[in-house]
Design a binder for this molecule. Structure first.
Ligand SMILES: Cc1cc2nc3c(=O)[nH]c(=O)nc-3n(C[C@H](O)[C@H](O)[C@H](O)COP(=O)(O)OP(=O)(O)OC[C@H]3O[C@@H](n4cnc5c(N)ncnc54)[C@H](O)[C@@H]3O)c2cc1C
Length: 393
């Protein structure tokens, strides 16, 4: 296996770095560094800057409006995006529903829905989880009952990320009760302006409003908004999961966080403390190990393989590392980290410049990172996958 990038890849990296340093909107980078939550307009400004360059749908095939990049190029792009402190794309449209539509949608559906994702005018949310169905998603109960040319949708979706901004939501809904619970589920695209939909905010422990519950009461959805066959939604929903879980690595973002911790620790004379220095060194080594694991996966993709169940290993080590880095981050800032939740303060508030830069968001980052081992399939579920499918237990 060869983990090094080719000269062509390195030239590509320089082109991408130049874009993020010179063309990408500075105000977004500054807002991200402050720890404040991006507004809907910030996501759109960021994505439109990438779209103008033709670099938004990095995972899509060229024929559907994507870049057609190699696995290495995609990896380099993500690395440079995080290195620059830019805003990650909203995954719901570009990474989740877009590929489902171009893979399983009709030509009509592709024409209708893909352009809004490609120019970042349609904001999507993901309606899978329900109050009683998370890890055991196939037990979901929200229903879509056929009524002429429409479905009538009833039920509650929960933990809907950025649902407060969404123009459309893609949902898994029960259209019939079969013996096997994975059957009888259909995949519907729903306009959030349809009467009968209510979005309720959920404020999380980090002071942020990113999550919601979405209640559907007799919501009329045209049957032409169903992807693929009725009752086969589970198949479409699961199609891309293996690929998605490799996207949790965020190696460059973690490297940036560790570099910040090292410089704060230096300024606060913490590196003289052997216990602190050992913790930092261990995290840096774990990050190197994560990077090699990602490159190993990329190398197997380049050799014609696909990221399969190994992506569960990546998900676990990447998210545990993210949690440990944010914990050491809080320790590095010490008491400076205590009081500040960037989203919970009055409008117009600015950092106290006496604080080390980065102190303000460090508690919120620490608390927010707890969720990483829950979403995208909890880490316990990933361990079950490893036990069953990799170890054959
Ligand atoms: C920040 C955040 C954003 C999210 N965004 C979205 C979104 O946009 N759209 C959406 O649809 N969902 C979203 N989710 C929901 C997420 O997918 C679920 O939270 C997740 O699947 C876990 O389900 P649950 O919360 O119902 O927990 P449960 O499934 O009830 O699990 C509770 C605990 O039991 C453990 N557990 C459960 N089953 C097993 C088992 N078989 N073996 C071992 N341990 C087990 C779990 O690991 C967990 O620790 C989001 C969640 C979070 C935290």
């Amino acid at each position: 296996m060869d983990f090094s990038f080719s000269e062509k890849d390195e030239q590509f990296r320089m082109k991408v770095r130049d874009f993020f340093e010179n063309e990408y909107p500075r105000e977004i980078v500054e807002k991200m560094a402050s720890g404040a939550s991006p507004a809907k307009a910030d996501y759109q400004t960021s994505e439109r800057a990438m779209a103008a360059k033709g670099w938004l749908a990095v995972n899509w095939p060229k024929a559907d409006g994507g870049t057609g990049w190699t696995a290495n190029e995609k990896y380099i792009f993500d690395e440079e995006l995080e290195r620059a402190g830019a805003l990650n794309v909203v995954p719901m449209g570009l990474l989740y529903v877009g590929p489902v539509i171009y893979t399983f949608g009709t030509d009509e559906q592709k024409k209708r829905f893909l352009p809004g994702i490609l120019d970042s005018t349609t904001f999507w949310a993901q309606g899978y989880s329900e109050p009683g169905s998370g890890s055991d998603l196939a037990s979901l109960q929200a229903s879509a009952q056929r009524d002429g040319d429409d479905y009538i949708v009833n039920g509650t979706k929960i933990w809907t990320s950025l649902g407060q901004h969404a123009d459309w939501i893609f949902c898994l809904l029960r259209t019939s009760h079969e013996e096997k619970k994975q059957e009888g589920i259909s995949f519907l695209l729903i306009d959030m302006k349809t009467p009968g939909i209510t979005v309720h905010p959920i404020i999380t422990i980090d002071g942020k409003h990113a999550l919601n519950s979405v209640v559907f009461e007799n919501v009329r959805v045209p049957a032409e908004n169903r992807i693929g066959e009725e009752g086969k939604g589970w198949h479409y929903a699961n199609y891309l999961l293996g690929h998605e879980r490799t996207s949790y690595a965020h190696v460059a973002g973690k490297r940036k966080q560790l570099a910040d911790i090292r410089s704060v620790a230096q300024a606060r004379a913490l590196l003289a403390d052997p216990a602190f220095a050992a913790k930092l060194g261990t995290l840096e080594t774990r990050l190197d190990a994560l990077e090699i694991t990602v490159l190993r996966t990329l190398s197997s993709v380049a050799e014609g393989g696909a990221p399969g169940n190994e992506s569960s290993i990546l998900k676990i080590i990447a998210t545990e590392l993210a949690q440990d880095i944010t914990e050491l981050g809080m320790e590095a800032y010490g008491l400076y980290a205590l009081p500040t939740f960037p989203d919970a303060v009055a409008p117009g508030w600015t950092h106290n410049t006496a604080l080390p830069a980065g102190a303000a968001p460090s508690v919120a980052r620490y608390l927010g990172a707890r969720a990483q081992s829950i979403y995208g399939g909890s880490n316990e579920i990933q361990k079950n996958i490893i036990a069953k499918r990799i170890l054959g237990l």
